[in-house]
Design a protein around this ligand. Structure first.
Ligand SMILES: NC(=O)c1ccc[n+]([C@@H]2O[C@H](COP(=O)([O-])OP(=O)(O)OC[C@H]3O[C@@H](n4cnc5c(N)ncnc54)[C@H](OP(=O)(O)O)[C@@H]3O)[C@@H](O)[C@H]2O)c1
Length: 329
């Protein structure tokens, strides 16, 4: 039934197609019909939101694309620009030390809280039930809100089960609308998801045309977990995605850039992308990916570009783990 609720949230009670809401109660079969209806009406933006909203267990509505604030020196200015060009999902983290900037930008934007989707993450130094619970209250204070739309465990280290219990409690208390994890690679993800009570609704992973994260997909599907892609354009100083001649050639068919093709490819896989940019025109460009559709053969062509399926960071490397624990644990 989640897909029905997802559709309901996308169309909502103010939907201009209110007469079709009647059909939603009949069966999930109508999900497919409405999707086809949208396809022929070229309502690409709405279609994408349906696909995304469908996955969240609590029928949470999530934008198909968001704006990440990692390492932004001018966080408040960048988030203000992002909101002004149309982003509504903003991704931050306790470790980015910019939750206040996100909260300020939202307050100054004049947007209603319900029109914004705020994502933040519990850092390793706040791992464990009590510390995580305190840190959630601190994040709420910094973000100047009384609920977080999606809260993630940032890294799979420290007392993650204790952290999760605090997150489950916050979820049940209404302080958080959805909970998930980040950087949980396949084995770690399975072990964690198997044992926890509320299953992770999202796993935020490094994912782009060169790092496709295909191996973990069946595991995520098994637990109904949606993938969110960080580094969707390859990250800072990496031109393999945004300067790809192959992606540019595909983009020429639609008057789009390589970056737009890369983001569109993620969206068509049902993955929520959170690109980052300090430039307003690029922010707008990165959001302008809902008026074209890659063909099956273009999707297959891009699938052949995969180079490191699980990402460029080995989260199991003892040196990496030691560094994180010694510095933040
Ligand atoms: N959960 C996590 O652990 C997590 C989550 C998010 C980020 N991160 C961290 O973030 C880093 C990479 O993420 P990211 O957010 O920087 O990656 P990204 O969104 O893939 O790439 C951002 C880079 O692409 C450029 N760019 C943006 N739009 C563009 C466009 N349309 N055309 C050409 N270039 C464009 C930006 O430059 P301009 O600013 O100049 O436009 C920036 O240098 C990693 O180091 C990772 O540690 C981690």
């Amino acid at each position: 039934m989640t897909s029905l609720t997802g559709i309901w949230q996308v169309f909502g009670p103010d939907c201009q197609f209110a007469n079709i809401q009647f059909f939603f109660v009949l069966s999930d079969f109508f999900f497919v019909q409405v999707w086809i209806f949208c396809y022929f009406c070229n309502m690409a933006d709405i279609r994408e939101e349906i696909v995304v909203a469908d996955s969240l267990r609590d029928a949470l509505e999530m934008q198909a694309q968001g704006f990440v604030t990692h390492a932004l020196c001018e966080c408040e200015r960048c988030v203000s620009d992002a909101l002004s060009v149309g982003y509504r999902l903003v991704d931050t983290a306790q470790a980015y030390a910019n939750e206040e900037g996100v909260g300020n930008a939202w307050r100054k934007s004049g947007l209603k809280r319900e029109d914004l989707f705020l994502v933040t993450k519990v850092w390793i130094s706040n791992a464990g039930e009590e510390r995580a619970a305190r840190s959630i209250d601190e994040s709420l204070r910094k973000l100047q809100t009384d609920y977080i739309d999606l809260l993630l465990i940032h890294q799979a280290y420290g007392d993650v089960f204790g952290t999760w219990r605090a997150m489950e409690r916050a979820y049940r208390d209404g302080k958080v609308r959805a909970i998930g994890v980040s950087n949980f690679q396949a084995g770690r993800f399975f072990d964690f998801a198997h044992y926890v009570d509320v299953k992770p609704m999202v796993n935020q992973l490094q994912c782009n045309t060169l790092i496709q994260q295909t191996a973990i997909e069946p595991l995520l599907a098994q637990f109904g977990t949606r993938m969110m892609a960080w580094g969707p354009l390859g990250g800072q100083g990496v031109d393999g995605v945004v300067k790809s001649a192959e992606l540019s050639a595909i983009g020429n068919n639609y008057g789009k850039s390589a970056a737009q093709v890369a983001l569109r490819w993620l969206t068509q896989r049902g993955i929520v992308a959170i690109p980052k940019s300090t430039h307003k025109e690029r922010m707008a460009q990165n959001l302008d990916v809902f008026d074209f559709r890659l063909t099956d053969s273009e999707m297959a062509q891009i699938a052949t570009m995969n180079q490191h399926d699980t990402g460029t960071i080995n989260f199991g490397d003892p040196q990496f783990v030691k560094h994180l624990i010694e510095n933040y644990g």
